[in-house]
Write a protein that binds this ligand. Structure first.
Ligand SMILES: Cc1ncc(COP(=O)(O)O)c(C=O)c1O
Length: 472
């Protein structure tokens, strides 16, 4: 069957300002050439609700009480009220974070650790205070254990190139699951190729979660590192990190946890989990883009060589060699993302003000609601474990609807209903291959979402599926 979308005038597809083509499930099934990009920015600029209420008393839910703190949510997209369900890709930012960035650039923009003047001292204080906030947020025992990076990806690369190159040798094994994000696979492929180490992949079990029995089995004396996600960005599954670190430490291996999808949504305590390394990105936890962090146990960080060379990371520089600063400076070469780190500190203040347990409890309820409502959509396949008393899912669902390409779904939801979801492989191609699909659609929630958002999404999804089915 072939549907040529431009026949439907009400669908706002081809536009002179377009620039990206959309691939389809089956190229003979649907041909949508272009997607309009200009509408978002225009309506975003004009329709942001200026009068954001600071707090709402007697709100029916956490979503209702916090939504007013996020100006971007109060706009129309493509003629419909925006429903933002792409939080696993990036979260929105509350006014408190926007103000922190503005205060920095308006009030004390200056370089850190270098100047003795007032502005530089203030910027340095705030930057280092942000580091302490991150440390306290994940219960690190020492703020020197927090390295600011550009994002989680850079944090993993830092460990791969610094710790990996100096600790891995030919025949050593790195255990990874098939459900890892590309940023937790590719750096290890690169380093393994250099040193002759071997990557061993753990598959999923019947419940569509990484097979822990298999993980336990493959950990051996050859294992030098276990790299696992805390919460899967596709399956929504949650791994028992404490147990995994126990198994790894038993054979003297280190554990790196990709906490991109857990730190924004639940209490994460690095001492309790006993992880060696943990990474996360600010932009997924209400903070600015361009900043993330690596947590590493101080004795391990102290033993690691620099990742990048330049200013800030040295102790003394001679013509023929240099000596290096102690962590964290050793790993923060050059001028860091100062305003962004301060913005991340403000995001942590904001999240802590609500309480991570409150956020988590609300998301468990909302995520279950999303899962159950999605099950009512005909011919849907939701990936990952079913929620139950024993199995807790994160508040996201990756799914496919029979005979409809996820990108077509996402495009219609956006263009016709103002619903923002993600489609594609979500930087987890090996996992999608394992699941036997090339792509999926993903709706991911945050604490500022409400049941009405979910209801609007489900209604829009049913409309969209009916639209496609009408051409069968
Ligand atoms: C589980 C997981 N790991 C790693 C990343 C990479 O994060 P970033 O692109 O911010 O480095 C993401 C982002 O999508 C993620 O969801």
């Amino acid at each position: 069957m072939e549907v040529l979308v431009p026949k439907f005038q009400s669908l706002k597809f081809p536009s002179p300002s377009c620039c990206c083509s959309i691939t389809t499930w089956n190229s003979s099934y649907l041909k949508i050439g272009f997607r309009r990009l200009s509408s978002l920015s225009v309506s975003a600029a004009s329709k942001v609700n200026e009068a954001v209420v600071e707090s709402v008393i007697d709100s029916p839910s956490l979503g209702h009480s916090t939504r007013p703190h996020f100006p971007i949510l109060h706009q129309e997209v493509n003629g419909s009220k925006l429903v933002y369900l792409d939080n696993a890709a990036t979260s929105q930012k509350p006014t408190a974070v926007l103000k922190a960035l503005q205060n920095y650039y308006e009030g004390y923009n200056s370089n850190v650790h270098r100047g003795i003047h007032f502005l530089s001292a203030k910027a340095t204080d705030e930057y280092e205070s942000a580091r302490r906030k991150v440390a306290a947020f994940i219960n690190a025992s020492d703020s020197r254990e927090i390295i600011f990076t550009r994002n989680a990806t850079e944090a993993i690369n830092l460990v791969a190139y610094s710790w990996g190159l100096s600790n891995l040798k030919s025949g050593d094994e790195i255990i990874v699951t098939v459900a890892e994000h590309h940023s937790a696979i590719v750096p290890w492929q690169l380093v393994a190729q250099k040193v002759g180490a071997v990557l061993k992949f753990v598959n999923l079990n019947q419940d569509e979660v990484p097979d822990l029995d298999n993980l336990k089995q493959v950990i051996s004396r050859k294992t030098k590192l276990v790299v696992v996600h805390h919460v899967s960005n596709v399956l929504a599954s949650v791994l028992p990190i404490r147990e995994i670190t126990h198994w790894a430490h038993d054979v003297g291996a280190k554990v790196l946890v990709d906490a991109c999808q857990s730190v924004p949504h639940m209490i994460v305590d690095v001492q309790n989990l006993n992880v060696d390394f943990l990474v996360a990105s600010s932009h997924k936890m209400c903070g600015p883009t361009g900043i993330g962090f690596l947590y590493g146990k101080i004795d391990i960080l102290s033993s690691m060589p620099p990742f990048l060379g330049g200013g800030e990371m040295i102790s003394d520089v001679y013509l023929d060699h240099s000596t290096y600063a102690e962590p964290p400076s050793r790993f923060e070469a050059g001028t860091p993302a100062i305003g962004e780190a301060i913005g991340l500190g403000a995001a942590i203040d904001y999240l802590s003000g609500i309480g991570m347990q409150t956020i988590h409890d609300y998301e468990v309820e909302l995520g279950t609601y999303l899962y159950e409502r999605l099950l009512s959509v005909p011919n849907i396949r939701i990936y990952g474990p079913a929620p139950s008393e024993k199995v807790q899912r994160a508040a996201l669902c990756s799914f496919n609807v029979e005979n409809v390409h996820p990108t077509d779904l996402a495009t219609f939801l956006d263009q016709q209903h103002g619903v923002a979801i993600r489609s594609g492989h979500h930087c987890a191609q090996p996992l999608h291959r394992y699941l036997g699909v090339s792509a999926s659609a993903r709706a991911s929630l945050y604490f500022y979402n409400t049941k009405e958002d979910v209801d609007n999404f489900i209604q829009a999804l049913n409309d969209t599926v009916n639209f496609f089915n009408s051409f069968k």
